[in-house]
Ligand binder design. Structure first.
Ligand code: COI
Length: 354
């Protein structure tokens, strides 16, 4: 399918307002955004317009009944060629968006529409991709229901949009996480595996409680027994047990992180043993007291890969950071960064260069 995307450019770029050494995360947006509408069973009017407010009916169904899904991906400045920018695994984001869409009774976005909108937007705003260490362009593709209608049924109209923000690191230090045993992020048969807005809303209250106790994030446990770790509020989770790496196997209540998958594949490529299996809080505690728990780290598009300082459970804090020197997480982070920045060969063909 071919999509004719119209473009309305900004009169003047805002890029001179960007301080590349003080970017922050999620506060600055590039000059343009991509929009497409879904009506009468088809995607129409794909367009690139200046980034700015959208006009919505107060009855917009996404606001009331929650048909709202999104993705997060990153684009990097190539170290090989000053003009080139590198999208990391963009078609995996398109595929995951469509998995979320199916579960929330929303239409799929054809992969070629996703890629055409993304590529043309990035071509226009490529000068916004930061060329500073740790910087990237964070891209937010999303879809929401636009019917103005009161009543619970799938919307007939939707908006698919993409905007971008230059970002620095999401986290700047090793995190302290609280093992969450009272609240659940998701339930079996629910929408935990999707990237829907409501999953993040449901996490905010327990996260705020954990932050009041001095933690940075919650570490979700399984919703049935609260025994097995699943993921944090913003990332997937890994533990290094001696020289073996364990990450919770994906369940219906967990988000299948693209960074998680990249880390698993990279670790195996580097010759490490990776187990994807249930991992209980008790097992983590036993390994820690036996001196086998060498590193804990978390992975996500925004967070990239960051170590955990330790975890709180049952009123006690278990410090992990002091146990090891984070050799494995440092190795795999560098391996992935080198691919994204084109310092090394893209052995998995993950990059799409434009
Ligand atoms: C991402 O990692 O892309 C997310 O959507 C999570 C959020 C912390 C920004």
């Amino acid at each position: 399918m071919k999509f004719a995307i119209t473009t309305e450019k900004v009169k003047e770029s805002r890029i001179s307002q960007l301080d590349p050494n003080n970017i922050g995360f999620g506060k600055v947006f590039t000059d343009h955004m991509f929009l497409a509408d879904y009506e009468n069973g088809e995607w129409i009017n794909p367009r690139i317009v200046p980034y700015g407010p959208m006009s919505l009916s107060p009855a917009t169904s996404a606001i009331h009944y929650g048909q709202a899904i999104f993705e997060g991906m990153k684009v990097f400045a190539s170290s090989k060629n000053d003009h080139d920018i590198v999208m990391f695994r963009p078609t995996d984001n398109a595929k995951r968006l469509n998995k979320s869409a199916a579960r929330l009774a929303m239409p799929e976005v054809p992969e070629d529409l996703f890629m055409a909108g993304l590529t043309q937007l990035l071509e226009l705003d490529r000068q916004w991709v930061p060329r500073v260490e740790g910087g990237a362009l964070y891209v937010r593709p999303y879809m929401f229901a636009t019917d103005d209608f009161i009543g619970v049924k799938p919307s007939e109209r939707y908006c698919f949009a993409i905007f971008c923000c230059p970002v620095g690191p999401y986290y700047n230090k090793a995190l302290r996480v609280k093992v969450e045993e009272e609240y659940s992020r998701a339930a079996p048969g629910g929408v935990g595996f999707t990237k829907c807005a409501g999953n993040y809303a449901a996490a905010m209250y327990p996260t705020a409680l954990a932050q009041k106790e001095g933690f940075d994030q919650v570490l979700w446990t399984d919703p049935i027994e609260h025994k097995f770790v699943e993921e944090t509020g913003t990332t997937n989770f890994f533990a290094v047990l001696n020289d073996k790496i364990v990450t919770p196997s994906l369940t219906h209540t967990m988000l299948a992180g693209i960074t998680r998958d990249s880390v698993v594949q990279s670790l195996r490529h580097l010759g490490h043993e990776v187990e994807e299996r249930p991992l209980s809080v008790n097992e983590l505690k036993e390994h820690l007291s036996a001196g086998n728990l060498k590193e804990l780290f978390i992975t996500g598009t925004a967070a990239t890969l960051i170590n955990l300082d330790g975890f709180g459970h049952d009123g006690q804090y278990y410090e992990v950071q002091k146990n090891g020197d984070n050799t494995i997480s440092t190795e795999v982070k560098k391996f992935l960064d080198d691919i994204k920045l084109q310092h090394s060969d893209d052995v998995f063909s993950w990059n799409v260069v434009i």
